[in-house]
Design a protein around this ligand. Structure first.
Ligand code: NAD
Length: 397
């Protein structure tokens, strides 16, 4: 009887080959920008229907027949990639990049904080599948790589149901690691700089174990992510699962949720609407912010690298929150048509367990991945301000 070669499906070349992954950074910026600029254009046609008692209708103007050009990969180079949390802020940019690179992408999301608008431009594309699913429940799909991002990331959302956040941190990661084990996929866990808590070491290196209050208001997220890392390395040790862990520092960019209270979106929207910028605390805490497209480069490089320890991904430009607020007021003023911004900065009482200093040491990412952020904070902010200006124009946020 003829021997059937069943090793093809588990061909490691296809799963882990890194040759075409270098291409992640060669996707033209214009192609990426066109996708998030398009978000606001999906609701384009607003008309008053006089036969309908003057009721104003908004028509969704999506031309599902027109997709951005994606690369054509050979069956050996094309991977089946699962992105959990793919309709969220970071996840949707990752979906865009992987789609443009020519892979098959499965986006899983429960739409707690994600939106269909972030991925609508791929709906119906033969390389794209959307599954509404909560990762707290198990999932059976056949894939080569898993980017596990599903988890609310803003304090407003993760604190609204702390027990659910912990369930997402533990069971969500447990389910995805179980899936990775079953299908022999490589899995990247989206961890966070929050695992360092209020750090006593500055800047933070991957070797630092952190200073987290296990019972404070942020604990459901911080400890959820810490246990997610522990689970990942336990699966690696016990079952040989191929894991990658990205410790992501504050990230900003187009498609940030406008109402989730994160510093960058809050400040930009307040400045665009001439409202006062609200700072919690004395404004002397520091933060460093990276532009989302840099993070996507880093995530793809990490996934396709041979390095399996945790890696910081962030921008080491460090600002006090007050200086950062001033910078945003200045940039918004320059970008507004009327060249005005009457917002002022006001201080409110500090938040419990808010970290005082945050800055990544990214030397490991440079050494192991050859990754460093390319976007200056200022250029990223200009791009993000432009995005929110379009959102306000089209949706009147
Ligand atoms: N954005 C940042 O600054 C930052 C910093 C550190 C870590 N991270 C991590 O990166 C990931 C993405 O963050 P983001 O900023 O895009 O947040 P986001 O809230 O925009 O995206 C999270 C996505 O996960 C989905 N989701 C949440 N719980 C889910 C569940 N139980 N099942 C299925 N889907 C679920 C949400 O609907 C959303 O689409 C998160 O894991 C977050 O912890 C982000």
């Amino acid at each position: 009887m003829e021997e059937i070669n069943i090793s093809v499906r588990h061909d490691l070349t296809r799963r882990y080959s890194s040759d075409n992954q270098q291409d992640a950074e060669t996707i033209p910026l214009a192609a990426l920008k066109a996708l998030y600029a398009k978000d606001a254009e999906t609701v384009e046609i607003t008309k008053t229907n006089s036969e309908n008692n003057g009721i104003t209708e908004s028509l969704l103007a999506i031309d599902s027949g027109r997709y951005p050009n994606v690369r054509r990969l050979s069956p050996f180079a094309k991977k089946r990639i699962l992105v959990t949390g793919g309709a969220g802020f970071v996840g949707s940019h990752l979906v865009d990049r992987l789609m443009l690179m020519g892979h098959d992408v499965i986006c899983v999301d429960n739409f707690f904080t994600g939106q269909k608008a972030n991925i609508v431009h791929w709906m119906g594309h033969p390389n794209f599948e959307l599954i509404r699913h909560d990762v707290v429940d198990s999932l059976l799909v056949e894939v080569d790589q898993i980017y596990h991002l599903a988890c609310p990331a803003s304090p407003v959302h993760y604190q609204s149901n702390p027990v659910k956040t912990l369930k997402t941190g533990f069971f969500g990661t447990y389910n995805m690691l179980g899936l990775a084990k079953r299908v022999k996929a490589r899995i990247l866990i989206a961890s966070t700089s929050e695992i360092y808590g209020d750090p006593e070491e500055h800047p933070q290196k991957e070797t630092y174990w952190g200073n987290v209050n296990p019972i404070g208001p942020r604990a459901c997220y911080d400890e959820g992510k810490r246990v997610a890392e522990t689970l990942a390395y336990s699966y690696e040790k016990q079952d040989g699962v191929d894991v990658r862990v990205a410790r992501i520092f504050n990230t900003f960019g187009p498609r940030m949720n406008w109402n989730d209270g994160r510093v960058v979106s809050n400040f930009i929207l307040q400045a665009l609407k001439d409202e006062n910028l609200t700072i919690y605390g004395d404004g002397q805490s520091t933060r460093s912010f990276q532009f989302v497209l840099d993070l996507i480069d880093g995530l793809i490089k990490l996934m396709n690298s041979d390095y399996s320890g945790p890696v910081n991904l962030g921008n080491s430009e460090e600002y006090t929150v007050k200086d950062f607020a001033e910078k945003i007021i200045k940039l918004v003023k320059e970008q507004r048509e009327d060249q005005k911004c009457t917002s002022e900065i006001i201080m409110l009482p500090g938040l419990e367990d808010d970290p005082h200093r945050r800055r990544p040491d990214t030397s490991l990412a440079k050494k192991e991945l050859g990754w460093q952020p390319k976007w200056s904070v200022e250029d990223g902010l200009k791009e993000t301000i432009g995005y929110f200006q379009r959102q306000i124009k089209f949706f009147g946020v």
